[in-house]
Design a protein around this ligand. Structure first.
Ligand SMILES: Cc1cc2nc3c(=O)[nH]c(=O)nc-3n(C[C@H](O)[C@H](O)[C@H](O)COP(=O)(O)OP(=O)(O)OC[C@H]3O[C@@H](n4cnc5c(N)ncnc54)[C@H](O)[C@@H]3O)c2cc1C
Length: 499
């Protein structure tokens, strides 16, 4: 089931994706694994990185065999370090259709179904065009609903509202690394494209045309954000961009230029206003906690893949731009699908005769009398997570202050009567966004240090005693605990089935 038209919806589909595609040469692999360990705050695990590098290499080669037209370089070698989302997703859609899979497009899942032992046994939702409800029983469910970008209007990201997190949490699933959720991406103020690679060739300017010192490069994002808190920032792609580089840019990422072209702006010579759009956990790294190599969550029958799952295992607290995320989606999708199928098989032929219950609550059903507006709730949540001086530059006081208001939004929703018809989609998105912000900020409050993308102004140093994951969960009462105190950190698939 896809909330949009499967193959065109979500973050992968609209643009070029660089891939963590590294040949199985031990030295190259070692360099690839070492390259972002410090950036991620040393929370990534080499065994997971090795698995992802192996699986991504194998799967991308398979995509090539299926006919994806990877370009060939001047030495006749096929270049597989990046992939065009639209082409690749179209190929994948064709592949699954040919395999006999029925796709429900425009059909957001709203809630999970569980059996009497609390094992996930299906999902239910609605077709947002016809209003027809659907409900599907299944031996297992894989959540691949992406991250949460809080409707910040980034291209491909407005379907990513944390719905999967909310559904999973209602079944009792745990999260990991939700404090690593402060990803912001540069874009024009008037367009939604947040592909940032070309900003490597950019100079940032004040309105009067003076360059902003230190604003270029990854580390310059903080300077851009601080400047934006006070005044507009302008950009020009004017750093050694030869005609050859310009031609390559047009070919590699044509949609970067569209909003500029529409306004008649030549980005190589003219200054244009930019902003930082929140991408939350999409290019953050937190998500559903993964228990073992099968990508099982902490609830039986429920698996997670891609941005819906934590990516700390391969990139710690920072993704540092492309490649790791797509590699994780490609690998975790493969493992979770396989494990979900194995698990479903292990239930035997009577799995679909189990009596099941739909467990969605806030925003969906309720008997409270409080009036509730999804749009107002969304705007109020955005007011807590968009501002750079709350989310990017965090402090204990700021986080507590926001949590007070977010908790009260949650209580208001809890005491309301839910929604009906296709309005359920929006009200579930609102509920998921409030819930996600609460897991983010409670985890952020707990991590009293600066590590990865999580910046605490009141704790600017890395604390060697916090080189562990922070797990979180809960709905009415949000909890956070250290992974050092967590049980069953690595559980084998067999144990999991038995539990
Ligand atoms: C601008 C940008 C550039 C990026 N560039 C790179 C890059 O170069 N390299 C890289 O590795 N990574 C990159 N990433 C990250 C990468 O796009 C993601 O990691 C990847 O898309 C994750 O894939 P996914 O399938 O988990 O999620 P998505 O591609 O976001 O797909 C999620 C899907 O879930 C569906 N969905 C959501 N809610 C529901 C619901 N309730 N019911 C049913 N369906 C639902 C959506 O419609 C969508 O189809 C980039 C991200 C962005 C935003």
């Amino acid at each position: 089931m896809d909330k949009g038209y499967c193959g065109t919806s979500g973050a992968s589909a609209p643009s070029g994706n660089s891939l963590w595609y590294i040949k199985p040469d031990p030295e190259l692999r070692k360099q690839a694994m070492a390259s972002r360990e410090a950036l991620g705050g040393f929370l990534a695990q080499r065994t997971w990185m090795e698995r992802v590098l192996d699986q991504t290499f194998e799967n991308i080669n398979r995509v090539a065999e299926w006919g994806y037209p990877f370009p060939v370089d001047e030495h006749g070698e096929s270049r597989r370090e990046s992939i065009q989302g639209s082409e690749y997703m179209r190929l994948m859609r064709k592949k699954i259709q040919r395999a006999g899979v029925q796709i429900l497009d425009q059909s957001p899942a709203l809630e999970l179904l569980v059996d009497c032992e609390g094992r996930v046994a299906g999902a239910a939702g609605i077709n947002r065009q016809t209003g027809e409800r659907w409900s599907i029983r299944a031996g297992a469910v894989v959540l691949a609903t992406g991250g949460c970008a809080f409707l910040a209007n980034g291209l491909g990201c407005n379907v990513l509202t944390g719905d999967g997190y909310l559904m999973a949490a209602e079944a009792g699933a745990e999260f990991s690394g939700m404090e690593f959720s402060s990803a912001y991406a540069l874009s024009t103020t008037f367009g939604s494209v947040t592909k940032g690679r070309f900003f490597q060739w950019a100079t940032f300017y004040y309105a009067d045309g003076t360059p902003i010192a230190g604003a270029a490069g990854h580390h310059g994002r903080s300077i851009v954000a601080k400047t934006l808190l006070e005044q507009p920032v302008y950009d020009c792609i004017d750093q050694n961009v030869t005609p050859e580089i310009q031609a390559w840019m047009w070919k590699a990422q044509p949609n970067f230029f569209l909003p500029l072209n529409r306004r008649g702006i030549d980005p190589f010579t003219q200054h244009f206003p930019v902003t930082l759009r929140l991408e939350g956990t999409v290019r953050g790294t937190g998500g559903l906690r993964i228990l073992n190599e099968t990508c099982a969550t902490s609830v039986l029958g429920l698996y997670a893949a891609g941005d819906a799952a934590t990516r700390e295992l391969i990139c710690g607290g920072f993704t540092g731009g492309g490649s790791h995320n797509a590699a994780w989606a490609i690998s975790s999708g493969y493992w979770s699908g396989q494990a979900a199928a194995d698990y479903a098989k292990s239930l035997g032929t009577h799995a679909h005769q189990r009596s099941v219950q739909a467990i969605g609550e806030v925003g969906l059903r309720g008997d409270g009398a409080k009036a509730f507006s999804a749009e107002d709730t969304i705007a109020a949540t955005q007011a807590e997570v968009f501002p750079y001086d709350r989310n990017l530059f965090r402090t204990g006081d700021g986080l507590r202050d926001s949590l007070g208001r977010l908790d009260s939004l949650w209580r208001d929703m809890r005491q309301s009567g839910g929604a009906t018809g296709t309005q359920m989609v929006r009200s579930r998105e609102a509920a998921a966004m409030v819930a996600t912000a609460r897991w983010m900020y409670r985890s952020g409050l707990q991590r009293t240090e600066t590590r990865g993308m999580h910046k605490r102004l009141d704790y600017p140093e890395q604390d060697p005693n916090q080189k562990h994951y922070w797990l979180s969960g809960g709905l009415d009462q949000v909890w956070v605990k250290s992974s050092l105190n967590a049980d069953h950190n690595t559980v084998t698939n067999k144990e999991l089935v038995l539990r």
